[in-house]
Design a protein around this ligand. Sequence first.
Ligand SMILES: [Fe+2]
Length: 267
Amino acid sequence: MSYKIIFIGDVSGGAGRKAVQHFLPGLIEKHQPDLVIANGENATHGHGFNRVHHKELTDAGVHFFTGGNHSFYEHEHVSMLNQKDPDVIRPANYPPGAPGRGWKIVETGMRRIAVINLQGRAFMKEEVDCPLRTLSKIMNEELAHEHLDSIFIDFHAETTSEKKAMFYYCEQFERVSAVVGTHTHVQTNDAQVGPTGIGFLTDAGMCGAYRSIIGVAVEPILKRMLTQLPQKHIYNEDGGLQFNGVLFKMEQHDCTEVTPINLTFEN
Ligand SMILES: [Fe+2]
């Protein structure tokens, strides 16, 4: 029997949370997804994730959260990563000793879906371990004997090429059914289902202010570019709210359809 996963691109600040609260309940009613995953690393003021904002998003219908390079900025984010049976994970390829874990098996109804979070290395500040070798280790050792319906991967990376490379690297793993990129906050127009049944989108985009530079208010960023002086990042709701996500339709280990979601609301 088929099942569905909705993935929500980086939730950026209050406008991002508001966009999720505004759009997600209707999307859940329309599509009846078995699992809703969001990248939550920017949900609190653009840097990290606290418990109040976690509750806002779970109340709106999100079941599980991935992260990235902003997973370790907030004390409460780290405590959520460290809690028993967490619903928040961080990239698996941080060096040993990092708080939390990089993959988790999520049970939803009759389904067992492993969600894996990885971070890219090209143009990223953090010198994380190789995402490809880390994935091979997870697949060949840690998940090798798990009965799973599907494996879902959020690859948090800067370049389109590294994300595309991850998609093709995953073709060797029969149970991987979705690879979606995050971090650049701009939804790409290349949704596809590969020959081995992997649904792929280079970047899911973001939820946040429509008139923004990847979620951040425009004017301070322009001022920084013109003056080279530091400016505070402001997360407002200019231009209304934007919701970016992806709907994956699955059939056992295979994705059958990938549909990007791109909605705006003039508030
Ligand atoms: Fe990021």
